[in-house]
Design a protein around this ligand. Structure first.
Ligand code: ZN
Length: 212
């Protein structure tokens, strides 16, 4: 099974292209909705994670779907069966992929329902925590790559991420910092490499394929 092509589009937006399925995560503007994919997923309702959904459903083929939690999907009922509502712990099998949705507490908006995602094939696992500050539900997953926010305030800060990492039960090979806002992802990776030299830290470039 080949690994996906992963592209980064700024903030928390990634496109994962597997052989049979393309999945877009957290499109933060209308332009990002016009990316060709089979699935779009939003971790929570904030505009920087859930804009461009109407554009996505309009632009992509009829079989393309939108997945999110009930706080987000309630705004898109006009799209009928193309909208799937999931909750913490839901697992979906779509083609070769298994999608799992995992609660991760949002930063300052503690009431905001933020569900991260783990996308797996039998040989590869990618995790994305949305705006999470606590990655508890991800600790037992044997992830190949974990995308984490580093902005602080709304989401985890660089220090918060470093505090979370020792509690992972399985070794974490690769981290991708996202949701930078005013933080420097390069500085974060430097710090991470010092404390956890076994973890590869990749600063993704906007609108480019991530080499991992
Ligand atoms: Zn955000």
């Amino acid at each position: 099974m080949t690994q996906p092509i992963i592209s980064y589009f700024g903030q928390s937006c990634f496109l994962l292209e597997f052989e049979s399925t393309k999945i877009l995560i957290d499109p933060g503007n209308k332009k990002l909705g016009k990316i060709e994919a089979d699935i779009v997923y939003s971790t929570h309702s904030h505009f920087d994670h859930a804009s461009g959904i109407n554009e996505f459903l309009d632009f992509n083929k009829e079989s393309a779907i939108f997945i999110s939690n009930k706080e987000v999907t309630k705004k898109y009922t006009e799209w009928g069966s193309r909208v799937k509502t999931i909750e913490d712990g839901t697992q979906l099998n779509i083609g070769e992929l298994t999608l799992e949705f995992i609660y991760a507490r949002h930063g300052i908006f503690k009431g905001e329902l933020n569900l991260g995602i783990v996308i797996s094939t039998p040989t590869f696992k990618f995790g994305h925590v949305g705006d999470g500050v606590s990655f508890q539900g991800f600790r037992k997953k044997k992830l190949d790559i974990l995308a984490v926010p580093i902005s602080g305030l709304f989401a985890a800060s660089p220090n918060r991420v470093l505090q979370e990492l020792p509690s992972f039960e399985e070794p974490l090979p690769t981290i991708i910092p996202m949701h930078w806002l005013f933080r420097s992802p390069k500085k974060f990776c430097k710090k991470l490499s010092k404390e956890f030299p076994q973890i590869k830290c990749i600063v993704p470039k906007k609108e480019e394929i991530v080499s991992y």
